[in-house]
Each structure stands twice: as C-alpha cells, then as structure tokens.
Design a protein around this ligand. Structure first.
Ligand SMILES: Nc1nc2c(c(=O)[nH]1)N[C@H]1C(S)=C(S)[C@@H](COP(=O)(O)OP(=O)(O)OC[C@H]3O[C@@H](n4cnc5c(=O)[nH]c(N)nc54)[C@H](O)[C@@H]3O)O[C@H]1N2
Ligand SMILES: Nc1nc2c(c(=O)[nH]1)N[C@H]1C(S)=C(S)[C@@H](COP(=O)(O)OP(=O)(O)OC[C@H]3O[C@@H](n4cnc5c(=O)[nH]c(N)nc54)[C@H](O)[C@@H]3O)O[C@H]1N2
Ligand code: SF4
Ligand SMILES: [Mo]
Length: 716
C-alpha cells in the first residue's frame, strides 16, 4: 500500500489533519517495512493546514531504530528474549488463567489509554469485562480529563469537552483561558484566538508567563498570574463580583439553571480584597476581568489541566462552569464554556468503557438498563458483566497486595513515568506476578514487563478518533506495518480466544465500529448514526449522533442533558491545601508540558530533532529565588520532598512566580517529575494532585560542600 493517506496526527486531541505520502511509489515489494513517509499539513477547520514540531516529525517514529520488532519475553535469566507470537500469547493466556483460578477474576487488571482509537478503547473494555471477567480496568484519562468530566457531568449532564466546533472561537471578543498553555500544547489552536486578541480580550490565567500568556501582550488582553492552586478562590471571587455588580444574566439563570441561591450564599465571603490576599491577584484586576467577561456577546471560558489536575479540580472546574452559567454563556450562539481535551482520543477514549464505572456510550455500569442494553449487543447475560472497579491511582496502589491485582495488562500508557508518586508505583509494579505491555517502544514501563507485545503505529492502522471538538474522524493506514508487529484488535481477539471467551472479538476496525455504534445507541455518547462511509466522504460527525439524525455540532442550545433540561449550579468551597512554608528552600512545584515533548516522552524522546531541542529536564526558577538559594543558570540542583528526589539543572526565567518551580514531566527514571508528586486524589473524580506539590530546592554543589563540611566536623 503506497497511496497518500489523509489522516490525523498521532499525538494530541487537536488531531491536526495531515496527509502521509509514502515516498517509494509502485515498489515491487509493495509496502515493504520501513517505507519512508512524508508528512504534510492538510486543511481542516481545526488546524487549517498547520502542524506543530511534533506533528511534522511524527513519521520518524515509524522507522525508528528503537522500534520493537518481535514479542519480548523475560527469561529465567531476567533478560528479554524474542519469542514467536504464538508462544508469547500462549504464555500470557496461560498465566492469566492460572492467576484467575487462584485469586479470582479481579486479580487481573487492565490499564488503558486516551491515545487508543475508539475501536481499541471499546474492545479493551469489552475484553476486560468478558474475556477476563474483571472489574479492574481504568486508564490514564483519569490523570487527564476526569475532573473536567466530573464537573461537566454534574453541571450539564454530559461531558463533551467542547460543546461547539472549535472555529466558533474565531468570532469571540473575550476568551478566558484557565490553566492552559495552548501555544505549546496545541500550537495551531492559537489561530482561533486571533479575534479575541484583536478585541483586546484574551485573558490567560497561569502562574507562569507562558508562550500563551505572552499572546496577551501589547493590548491584546491580560495575563493573570495567581499563586499556584488558588484558582478556586479566584473563580469564587469573580462570581462574587458578578453577583455584587449585578452582572448576572437573570433571565438565563431563571430559565435554564437550578441552584443559584446556594451559589450566591457560597461566594458571599469572597470579596475581591480577600481573594487578592489568597491569590495575589489585585482586586482591581478581578473587577476589570469580571466586567470584561460580562460585557456582552462573544465570551468563552475554557479550562485546561492547570486548574483541573488538583485535589480540588472538580470543584474548580465547577466554579468555572458556575461563572459561565451566571453569565449565560453555555448554549448561547457566539459564546460558551468548554474544557480542552488532551490526548489524541482523550474524548472518545473516555466514552466507551475504559473507565472503571462505565459501559459504552458513556453508560453507567451500575445502571440495570445500561447493562441490559450492552449485554444484548455483546450476546451475554447482564450478570456476566462485572460491576464497577476502582480508579487508576487506587488500581495501581492495589498491585501485588493481598486481595489486589496480580497481573496487569497495559495498553497505551507509560505509567511508571506519568503516574503520581511514581516511586511507589514502581514498587507496586515490581510486586506483580505478571506485567504485559503493548507498545511500539520499550518505554520505561515496558522495560519492567514480563511480556512486551509490539504493535502497529497510527500510520499503519485504520480506525476512528474523537477530537477535542467531539467530532469523530478517521485514522487511515498509509503503509503496511513491519512483519513482526500486530494490531491490538488482533491481540485482544487472540487472547480472548485462548481464554475461551465466547463473545465476538472482531479484528476489522470497521466491524468493531459497527458494534460500537450498536453498543452506544441510546447512550449519552450515541454514535449510532455514524459510519465509516460518511466519515470517508468527509462529513462532519459530532456526537451525540443518533441514527437518522444529523449529529450535534453544538450542544445546549435549548436544553442541558439532565432529565429536566436544566443545568446545575453547584456551590463549592475552598479547602485548605498544602502551601510552601516561608522557609527559604520550600517552593511550590508546578508540573506541565514543553512544546517538543509529548507526555511521558516515550515517543518524542525517540525523535532526534525533538530530543536534541529538549534533551533533559530543566527546573525553571525565578532569578530572585535562585539568587536567594544560591543557584545560577545551568547549576545542578536537587528538588526533594518526602516522596522522592529529582536532580536536574536550573533554568532561570522571570516568567515564573518567585514562590514556584516548574518541572516538565516528560522525562523518565531519575528525572521523572512524578517522583515528587502526591497520590492524593480529588474526592469526586479521583484525579491526582499533579500541579501543585511542595518541594525543597537546594543547589547540589552547595549541598555537597555542606555534606563534606559536616563530615569534617565543620558546621554547615
Ligand atoms: N507539547 C505537548 N502538547 C500536549 C501534550 C504534551 O505532553 N506535550 N499533552 C496533551 C495532553 S494529554 C494534555 S492533557 C494537554 C494539556 O495541555 P495544557 O493544559 O495546556 O498543559 P499543561 O502544561 O499540563 O498545563 C497548562 C498550564 O497550567 C499551568 N498551571 C499549573 N498549575 C496551575 C494552577 O494552579 N493554576 C493555573 N491557573 N494554572 C496552572 C502551567 O503553568 C501550564 O502552563 O496537552 C496536550 N498537548
Ligand atoms: N506531573 C505530571 N504528571 C502527569 C501530567 C502532568 O501534567 N504532570 N499529566 C497527566 C496527563 S494529562 C496524561 S494524559 C498522562 C499521560 O501519560 P501516559 O499515560 O504515560 O501517556 P504517554 O506518555 O502518551 O504514553 C503512552 C504510551 O503508549 C504508547 N502508545 C501510543 N499509542 C498507543 C496505542 O495505540 N496502543 C498502545 N498499546 N500503546 C500506544 C506510547 O508509545 C507510550 O509508551 O500523564 C499524566 N501525568
Ligand atoms: S498540535 Fe497536536 S495534533 Fe497538531 S501537530 Fe501538534 S501534536 Fe499533532
Ligand atoms: Mo492529558
């Protein structure tokens, strides 16, 4: 197969459209492994032909020398040995059977990913429930979208990240970006901010002066730089002002929402000066901002991980929704509220059964009607479907413990880099009886496995993804995969057969999608009206898309998804959280992303150009803080807390607040930012606290000096 293929980027949820052109045309050995592929941007409403560096270089991974070419099985000598697919799958199935018969079905766990196609995500959920019979499945979207999802479900009765097409933003005059650095995390996205910039109305809330914050320079808007982890207070303050200054859209609130009185009471004490004392944002700025947001049509409020990845992430997202509802934004033409989904299929991946409490179509696994519907599609009895499992952090905490998970299958996550308190996770992984990882590289997680199964990459497979817009799009195959790798649908089908599962496991993506359509029919995320043919004709398919309908580009025009059609205003309050003490060495650790690397870096650290641009973790410090701590640019330093230690070099920048230090989480082993993060989770969403943790920062050279002096009996 050597025709150009219209597809989308393998990485983030913007899913930029690209064309892949195999360079060797009409070769006799058609589709020989290693066919070079050229990437070109393709016009599409979201990226308009643009791609970021990661997209441009994505095809290099197809022919990477690091790519796995055969199953790997760990031998008695502790080393990996190549094995045949038959042997590797027999071994996995045999071990799973033994563990299941000894310890019960819940002794086998599954960890999925938001990068999987809809077909893989759907089949993985079915595989866990039917072939393994386990309730123990969850996925890395727990680390990503769970707080935004919980808030959206609670307020609107539905969780579609953007309830409107992205290019609606083009007409905005005010856009409030809460905790997102789109200029680095979705570069082509910023084209959609131009209208708001021109109107002087781009507002970026971030403790760092990021590339996105700089888009507000020169009268194009405002950068608000609160203390990390204080967004909830900031939002309660904005709501307080909106109410106090009578900026509430009274008619909208009366007609379309419930809960206003409780919200009004809950913000009464958050007057601007008090908010200033908590957040550091001047009261005057808060008032100006509230007035700007209420100044008329064309206002959008969008959240990202910066406000969501906290132990109060659901409540913070809820406060942002409350603000939007009081201003009458959701569902009104030309304005709105949304959250920016992160992973390639972060939206579709959270709809079809990878979540521990979920069945396809965003159905609840505890709902008898949902169980009956899905059981019919699967050809089983409802009682064959296990009940709810446990969310990701709890799942990982149970590994290798009595009564916990003994065997774990990982599909699409490098969890020993990206999970919170990762030193503890690595210990738990070591306590497993069996770890099986499907990947195309020997990621840090795969390197710990007993069996590694090498799989196809995006340019070698067919399927669908659901972008951050809630639009279902086609992933298309451009080249034939190398001989030694397999499609994950095939792997799941082969394992299911070996486990004597009687349910059907199709290996053709289109057939799997046909089944997903039926399974999702009548659910919240209803895909029943979508098929490959219409996607291939280029039709825009936004869910919910019931059979016979035309899909739903825009939600909430007339009603919200709760049975009574009304949105819920939910009163939320600030709880005390850990703050760095005035003690000189303690700072708030803020974690996040760099343009060049994707997530745990398992893929992008293997692209030479990207690795060369950002070869190592650098801790960003304010020059004033660095001076106080005796650290110069490029110095080695140590970040330490009760959970772990990271050693890296310092990068001095005035773009960060003096009370914080920033570390990207894209690096493995000893440079993993998650050695320092806490596994405390949000009570509603089970989202871990990734964004703000307390660390002590010390220059390494000085520490060594001190240690030497101490050894020599000299006081440090
Ligand atoms: N280059 C690149 N792009 C990506 C990804 C990647 O790994 N690399 N991953 C994709 C995925 S899965 C996701 S989820 C998205 C994430 O996309 P973003 O949400 O844009 O990414 P982050 O860098 O995690 O966080 C955004 C910002 O939050 C700020 N922040 C931290 N703490 C706080 C806080 O307490 N309050 C506020 N207001 N802001 C805070 C950080 O300084 C950071 O600039 O990106 C997607 N795109
Ligand atoms: N400190 C800190 N930690 C964070 C975050 C943060 O901001 N700060 N962000 C969190 C967020 S938002 C996210 S989304 C997570 C992401 O973190 P991870 O879950 O680790 O995600 P990736 O690094 O994308 O890992 C995906 C792995 O699966 C492989 N892969 C890619 N596609 C497929 C496929 O189709 N099938 C299979 N089987 N494998 C595939 C890749 O090669 C890679 O090894 O990290 C979270 N961790
Ligand atoms: S913005 Fe996201 S989808 Fe677009 S090219 Fe970059 S990584 Fe790929
Ligand atoms: Mo994410």
């Amino acid at each position: 197969m050597t025709r150009p293929a219209d597809t989308h980027c393998p990485y983030c949820a913007l899913q930029c459209a690209m064309t892949l052109t195999p360079t060797v045309l009409a070769e006799p050995a058609e589709g020989a492994p290693g066919t070079p592929v050229t990437v070109s941007g393709r016009d599409f409403p979201t990226n308009r032909g643009g791609l970021c560096k990661k997209g441009w270089t994505s095809a290099e991974l197809l022919r990477s020398p690091a790519r796995l070419a055969a199953p790997l099985v760990r031998g008695a000598d502790g080393a990996f040995h190549e094995a045949s697919w038959e042997d590797a799958l027999d071994l996995v199935a045999g071990a799973l059977r033994d563990i299941r018969s000894e310890s019960g079905a819940d002794a086998v766990g599954v960890f999925g990913g938001g990068g999987l196609t809809n077909e893989k995500a759907y089949l993985l959920g079915k595989f866990a429930r039917l072939a393994l019979g386990t309730s123990r499945i969850d996925y890395n979207g727990r680390y990503c979208m769970s707080s935004a999802a919980a808030a959206g479900n609670r307020a609107f009765g539905v969780d579609r990240g953007l309830p409107f097409p992205l290019d609606d933003l083009d007409g905005a005059s005010t856009i409030l970006l809460l905790g997102t650095n789109v200029a680095e995390t979705m570069p082509p996205f910023i084209g959609h901010l131009a209208g708001a910039q021109a109107a002087g109305g781009l507002v970026v809330v971030d403790p760092r002066r990021t590339a996105t914050a700089r888009l507000t320079d020169e009268g194009r808007g405002l950068h608000v730089q609160p203390a990390p982890g204080t967004d909830l207070a900031l939002l309660l303050g904005l709501i307080h002002i909106v109410i106090a200054e009578q900026l509430v859209d009274i008619d909208y609130v009366a007609a379309r929402t419930v809960g206003f009185d409780a919200v009004r009471r809950s913000v009464a004490a958050w007057w601007p000066e008090r908010v200033q004392s908590v957040t550091g944002v001047p009261a005057l700025t808060l008032r100006r901002l509230a007035r700007r947001l209420a100044s008329g049509a064309g206002t959008y409020i969008l959240t990202g991980r910066g406000v969501e990845q906290h132990v109060d992430g659901t409540d913070t997202a809820t406060a942002a929704i409350n603000l939007a509802l009081l201003l009458g934004l959701p569902g009104r033409p030309g304005s709105g509220y949304g959250t920016l989904t992160g992973q390639g299929n972060g939206q579709g991946g959270r709809e079809h059964g990878q979540k521990c409490d979920q069945l396809p179509g965003y159905r609840k696994i505890v709902d008898p009607e949902a169980r009956a519907h899905v059981a019919r599609v699967w050809g089983v009895d409802p009682s064959d479907i296990p009940g709810p499992g446990v969310p990701a952090v709890e799942l990982l905490q149970s590994l290798g413990r009595p009564g916990g998970v003994r065997a774990l299958l990982v599909h699409g996550s490098n969890l020993v880099v990206s999970s919170p308190d990762v030193a503890a996770v690595r210990e738990r992984i070591a306590a497993l009886d069996l770890l099986v990882v499907c990947d195309f590289f020997l990621s840090e997680t795969a390197a710990l496995a007993d069996v590694v199964l090498p799989i196809t990459q995006w340019a070698e497979e067919e399927g669908t993804m659901t972008s951050l817009e809630g639009r279902v799009i086609r992933r298309r195959r451009a080249i034939t995969p190398p001989a030694g790798v397999r499609d994950e649908l095939w792997i799941l089908a082969e394992l299911a057969r070996r486990l004597d599962c009687r349910a059907t496991f199709d290996t053709d993506p289109e057939q799997v999608f046909e089944e997903l359509r039926l399974a999702s029919e009548g659910g919240i995320a209803d895909y029943s009206g979508i098929d490959y043919a219409m996607l291939d004709r280029g039709e825009a398919a936004y869910w919910p898309y019931p059979r016979g309908s035309a899909g739903t580009p825009r939600l909430f025009a007339d009603r919200f998804a709760h049975p009574d059609g009304l949105a819920r205003l939910v009163a939320v309050s600030v709880r005390a959280s850990a703050r760095p003490s005035a003690d000189d060495g303690e700072l708030t650790l803020v974690t996040g992303r760099l343009l060049e690397h994707y997530q745990s870096g398992a893929q992008t650290r293997r692209v030479p150009e990207l690795a060369a641009a950002q070869p190592e973790a650098l801790a960003s410090l304010h020059p004033a803080t660095a001076e106080r701590l005796g650290i110069a640019d490029g110095d080695d330093l140590e970040l330490r807390n009760d959970r772990g230690t990271v050693r890296c070099r310092a990068r001095l920048t005035p773009d960060i607040r003096p009370d914080a230090v920033f570390l990207p989480f894209h690096y493995g082993d000893e440079q993993a930012a998650n050695l320092l993060t806490s596994d405390a989770v949000d009570a509603i969403s089970a989202m871990p606290e990734f964004k703000t943790n307390v660390v002590r920062v010390t220059p390494l050279a000085a520490r060594t000096r001190r240690t030497r002096r101490a050894v020599a009996g000299v006081p440090a």
